[in-house]
Design a protein around this ligand. Structure first.
Ligand code: FAD
Ligand code: UDP
Length: 377
């Protein structure tokens, strides 16, 4: 009864939209769309000058479609999520491949049979690769940290060559200081599978992510404003409901202390005199350079162009928050903010920064759909 009257109140024709959504990335835009389709009017603001959050893509000055905030490859096992997004975009099939450079040689990554054979000059079949890992691994029980995960599956030599320094660069932390889930994102393979992801659905929005978001937000009940920071919204208290997708600690004025987020600097470059820069979408540099990886966008988008555009990712402590840092103590701190969030009756926190979770895009879509469903009950 109470919920029915809540939605009814939101639908009533007040002058201003009754719901404010903060952040026009996947989390905010999907909640906005779901509310709008249920007849609720929504104002969505983003402090950046554009929609689409970290998935934002654009043509660079040379006309190549690039991802401003680093490579975004869509993959999911959830048909429901894929179908949902298919309402707003056509797709281009794309399966991401990654090579990792160790001592100047390119190896398939995640580590597979080819990686082993090439690295050690072997000729193992699948069973031989499995035996190799079995001999090399350092069993850990329990498996708590990212160091445990890698040592437990492939042993010290591969750990030191492919994981240790990449992780130190990416997070400014040792794998032993990060929860198991970080390294557990990367499988280990005994066969020749060389796709980065093995999800059932792997594709890129045919006309880019920004176009997908334009379609998502194109609804008469949604009012979009970019370059508007939540801090500068002066009628904050006038909304019946706020959906907040920014960093949760910022919402609460960092009252328990700042939650650590890892940032990146993206160095974009256009290479005019070659149509190809590297053999696959992404090349990782675990042990060399200050950047972790180089991505060449034309692999992802299938665009034809006489030149090509790449991005290098330089991890850094300060700057825009891009990654929650999965460590026990950070999650304890997050739980204190989460307790405040759970006591709110007029605010929902959704998304990678607001829920402090290392979510992929499809997981954020799932979280946003669930949040909207809860709201509309
Ligand atoms: P965001 O996209 O961060 O959106 C939050 C928005 O809120 C931002 O636009 C921000 O400007 C706005 N905001 C914050 N505070 C305020 C405020 N005070 N006022 C107004 N607006 C505010 N996922 C994949 O599935 N595949 C990939 O290949 C992949 N690659 C990635 C590569 C990189 C380098 C990074 C950083 C992430 C990658 N991700 C990938 C993860 C993906 O970016 C996220 O899962 C997804 O974009 C999160 O959506 P979101 O809406 O939660 O957050
Ligand atoms: N990782 C690594 N070496 C690599 C690639 C990844 O050690 O060549 C580790 C590193 O800790 C990284 C994590 O695995 O942060 C997850 O990698 P993923 O490619 O999923 O990271 P993302 O694309 O989210 O930055």
């Amino acid at each position: 009864m109470q919920q029915a009257s809540f939605v009814h109140r939101l639908k009533r024709g007040a002058a201003a939209p009754p719901v404010l959504v903060v952040g026009a990335g996947f989390a905010g835009s999907i909640v906005a769309r779901e509310l709008a389709e249920a007849g609720v009017r929504v104002r969505i603001v983003d402090k950046r000058p554009h929609i689409a959050g970290n998935a934002y893509d654009e043509r660079d000055p040379h006309g190549v479609l690039v991802h401003r905030y680093g490579p975004h490859i869509f993959h999911t096992n959830a048909e429901r999520i894929f179908r949902y997004l298919s309402r707003f975009t056509e797709w281009r099939p794309y399966e991401h491949r990654v090579l990792s450079v160790v001592e100047g040689v390119h190896y398939p990554f995640p580590i597979n049979r080819t990686t082993l054979n090439r690295l050690y000059g072997l000729d193992l079949d699948e069973a031989g690769a499995a035996r190799h890992f079995e001999m090399a691994r350092e069993p850990r029980d329990p498996v708590r940290t990212s160091e445990d995960v890698v040592l437990n599956s492939v042993g010290r030599d591969l750990y030191e060559k492919f994981f240790l320094k990449y992780t130190r660069k990416q997070w400014g932390l040792d794998p032993s200081q990060l929860k198991a889930g970080v390294a557990a994102r990367i499988p280990v393979r005994c066969d020749d599978e060389d796709r980065y992801f093995t999800d059932a659905f792997q594709a890129m929005p045919r006309h880019g992510y920004t176009r997908l978001f334009e379609n998502l937000l194109d609804h008469p009940a949604i009012h979009v404003e970019t370059s508007v920071d939540f801090a500068d919204v002066d009628d904050k208290d006038g909304y019946a409901y706020v959906v907040y997708t920014g960093p949760i600690d910022a919402y609460y004025g960092h009252r328990f202390g700042a939650l650590p987020y890892r940032s990146l600097r993206f160095e974009h470059e256009h290479v005019a005199d070659a149509s190809r820069f590297q053999p696959v979408g992404t090349v990782n540099y675990p042990n060399d350079h200050a950047y972790t990886r180089i991505t060449e966008f034309k692999h992802l988008t299938g665009q034809e162009h006489p030149g090509t555009s790449i991005v290098r990712e330089y991890p850094q402590a300060d700057g825009e928050p891009y990654y929650p840092v999965p460590r026990e103590e950070n999650e304890d701190l997050y739980k204190r903010y989460e307790a405040l969030a759970q006591a709110e009756t007029k605010v929902a926190f959704v998304g990678r920064l607001a829920q402090y979770r290392y979510y992929n895009m499809d997981q954020v879509v799932g979280a946003a759909l669930a949040a909207a469903r809860r709201l509309l009950a």
